[in-house]
Each structure stands twice: as C-alpha cells, then as structure tokens.
Design a binder for this molecule. Structure first.
Ligand SMILES: [Zn+2]
Ligand SMILES: [Zn+2]
Length: 347
C-alpha cells in the first residue's frame, strides 16, 4: 500500500510498504480520507511527542476492509465489512497510575495514532476494534471531522460552561469553530469568535456563531480594548484556539471576574506567557487546559449526526496521498485554507 513515511522530522517520502494484516481483536480500515490539522505540522517538525519512523494522520474515515478474529458483528457488537467508521486515535495503557484512577487521557503511556504509532496518511490502517466507531449513514465529508469534534467535546466538558455565560473564542480554524458551536450548545448564551481571516469569520457566521470580531494582526492591544468594550468589561469564558502565545496572554485580562480561561490551541512547548497572579487571585479567575480527547467519540458522532456540530463549507482543499507535500505547503502558507482533506484511497 501507499503511505507517507517519515524517517525523521521533516524528512519523508510517499512509499510502497506492506499492507498491514489485522491480528485478533484488530480491524483494518481502508482510509477513504484523512483530515490534516495543525498538529500534523508540529509532528512534521518532530514535536507533539512524535516518534520516528512514523506515518502521521489521525483524522480518518473509511470503510472496514478486514476483520481480525473476534471483531465481526455478533448481533450487538462488532463490525461489518464495508461499514463506514471513524477511529479514535488515542489509546491509554490501562495500567499506569493515571489509568488506574480513571484519568485515561493523562495516561503516562498514551499512544496516539499518527503520533507514536502508524497513522492514516496511508491507504489502510490497522487498529484495535475498541478504537473503532461506526459512522454509517453520515457523509464522509462530515465524519472526517469526528476527531476534531471529539476534541471540542472534551473541551466543552473541561470548560463546563455555566448556563447564561458569555464566551470568546480566539481562532476560527475548523477546531475553533467546532468548539465555539459546542460551547453555545453547552449552555453559553452568547459566543464570539475573534480571528483575522475575513473568510473564516464569514463561515463562522454561516455556522450560526452569534458574533464575530475581525482582528488586526498588527494591533493586538487595540483588538483587546475593543473586545473588552464590546463585552462590557469581559467575557465569562475566554478560549485560545490559535496556539499563538501572544493571544493566549490576552485571555486573563479579557475574562470577567469569576470567569474561566481555557488554553486549547497548540503553542510551541517553549512558549511562555505573562500572567498577573494578583489579578487571578483577586478576581478568582480559573485557568484550564484541554488537550485532545479519549472518550468523546460517541458524543462527537452524535453531534455530527444531529447537526449540533456543523461542518458545511469547512473543507476548502483536497489532495491525494502523492500530493502530500503540496498539502503541507498549503497548510503552512495558503491563506485560503480552512480544512484540508487527504484522499488516501484512490482505487
Ligand atoms: Zn487533529
Ligand atoms: Zn496509562
């Protein structure tokens, strides 16, 4: 089969490698398509706990292609050949101190498909059946968003917005817009998305976001002042979904007393921001982080199926596996990109 194979950070080729066979308890999926996301750029650069050699890719959907022993549909559980599925990329070990108290996403031995085991920028992927979820009947252009939607679901669970809250989300990338929608569904009564790209903000409006705010990249302080004024002093919830440290730094000052900040975007590991401990203390600000997800696939699939999380119009670019280098270039530098899809199977 064809796959993107990295030997080391930034060093990859599209190769022909043996098609993996499912062992007992495993399922093989023919990868119809895989979304590419910001994390894949961090992985390209050798960050985000990437281990090499590596085939990246973690936002996949496609039909079940082969069933390992014990994974076929038995009347209640299991899968059928041809059934469309999405795959949860995160697997916990089950035996570390975190797993044993049920904090599975904090697992000390967390495995991430496309991060430290072979992912889905490939024609086929083999995974344990307990990571596989049926998305039968959902358009593959929607089900390909299962993983980012699951991350957004976990984000909302982490936030637990109080009913009636006002929220500000920095960043209008696909994951920011999914999170903004789910924060609104989770009890906030007003959600504002702030970003610098006019077309992404237009899409935010089309997806039903209450308010959008066009940021001026060269005047962050001015933007913060305007946002604060528009919100009458601040927001109950402020989320950074950009991964830009300069933006993260503005979250506490923009939060109303008693409110919550959540860091959701992936910054560089070495980034630092300034926070006034006095301000956090005096105004009782809560600062939270939300990283990936591990048990949010069922909620995400339900939200996509019912339209509680909408994705229409988000896919702007499609590439084949052979065109993967071009997809990376587009992700890095093309300002017209919203979501890029890699069509892995071309048979
Ligand atoms: Zn992703
Ligand atoms: Zn563990």
């Amino acid at each position: 089969m064809k796959a993107v194979v990295y030997d080391a950070p930034k060093s990859f080729a599209i190769r022909d490698i043996p098609t993996p066979e499912p062992k007992p308890g495993e399922v093989r999926v023919r990868v119809r398509q895989t979304g590419i996301c910001g994390t894949d750029l961090h992985i390209h650069n050798g960050k985000f706990f990437a281990e090499f050699p590596l085939t990246p890719g973690h936002e996949l959907t496609g039909p079940v292609d082969a069933l390992g022993e014990g994974t076929g549909f038995d009347g209640t559980e299991g899968f059928r050949i041809g059934e469309y599925v999405s795959v949860n990329p995160n697997m916990n070990c089950g035996h570390c101190a975190y797993c044993r108290v049920g904090r599975t996403l904090m697992c000390a031995n967390l495995k991430g498909l496309g991060t430290n085991w072979p992912g889905s920028f490939a024609e086929y992927v083999v995974v344990p059946a307990n990571l596989v979820y049926s998305v039968d009947g959902i358009d593959p252009d929607v089900s390909v968003f299962t993983e980012p939607t699951a991350c957004a679901m976990h984000g909302v669970e982490t936030l637990s917005p109080r009913p009636g809250s006002s929220a500000l989300v920095f960043g209008a990338g696909p994951t920011g817009l999914l999170l903004a929608q789910l924060i609104a569904r989770g009890g906030a009564t007003s959600v504002t998305v702030a970003a610098s790209s006019p077309f992404k903000l237009k899409r935010a409006e089309e997806l039903g976001i209450d308010h959008t705010f066009g940021m001026n990249r060269s005047d962050l302080a001015g933007d913060v002042a305007k946002l604060k004024a528009a919100a009458g002093g601040g927001f109950d919830i402020v989320v950074d979904a950009t991964g830009a440290a300069a933006v993260s730094e503005q979250c506490v000052p923009l939060t109303r007393s008693g409110g919550t900040v959540m860091f959701y975007g992936v910054t560089e590991p070495e980034d630092q921001v300034k926070v006034s401990p006095y301000d956090v203390f005096r105004r009782e600000i809560t600062i939270k982080g939300s990283f990936a997800e591990i048990d949010s696939f069922p909620a995400a699939i339900a939200a996509l199926r019912t339209g509680r999380a909408r994705t229409e119009g988000l896919i702007t670019h499609r590439f084949t596996l052979d065109e993967y280098p071009g997809a990376l270039d587009a992700l890095r530098g093309d300002r017209t990109v919203h979501k890029i899809i890699i069509e892995c199977w071309q048979g």
